[in-house]
Design a protein around this ligand. Structure first.
Ligand code: MG
Length: 162
């Protein structure tokens, strides 16, 4: 175990809106509704970014990529993650692993999880075996259960070489 490690935690939720693209983990998922957002609305990548920034104690995604900044309108969230990885590497850190949960009533996420792990792993500098990803429903409860939103949670472990 390296002498210095840090964990970080991230959460995000976006509203679902009919007719928008649904992008999660950098993957386009066929669905009649997508996530509303200034960027592509990829709540999974946003939760992962906040986990990484949390481990660095560098605030959150909104401070780094303000939703008032036209540069980030429609931005590909995987690109934002690449920017965060640059900051992380500049701090001398590497990601050890990431684990995340998608909470969505529909569509079924299971078939898309391999593609999401394959999209996230290279950006994080990790093998796919170090990118955990699960999906569950909210059992019909609350805005996620009522199909009005999708929420994501993520944790990350960072290490600094001795
Ligand atoms: Mg977000």
């Amino acid at each position: 175990m390296p002498s210095k490690t840090r964990t970080g935690f991230g959460y995000d939720i976006h509203r679902l809106e009919a007719g928008r693209r649904l992008v999660l983990g950098g993957v386009d998922i066929p669905h009649p509704a997508g996530l509303l957002g200034h960027s592509d609305g990829d709540a999974l990548v946003h939760a992962v970014i906040d986990a990484l920034l949390g481990a660095l104690a560098e605030g959150d995604i909104g401070a780094l990529f303000p939703d008032t900044d036209p540069r980030y309108k429609g931005a590909r969230s995987l690109g934002l993650l690449e920017t965060v990885m640059g900051r992380l590497r500049a701090r001398g850190a590497a990601v050890v692993n990431v684990d995340a949960v998608i909470v969505a009533e529909e569509p079924k996420m299971g078939p898309h999880i391999p593609a999401m792990r394959a999209a996230l792993a290279p950006v994080l500098g990790l093998p796919e075996t170090a990118v955990g990803l699960k999906a569950k429903t909210n059992e019909g409860l609350g805005p996620v259960g009522e199909r009005r939103a999708i929420a994501c949670f993520a944790v990350a472990l960072l290490s600094w070489p001795d």
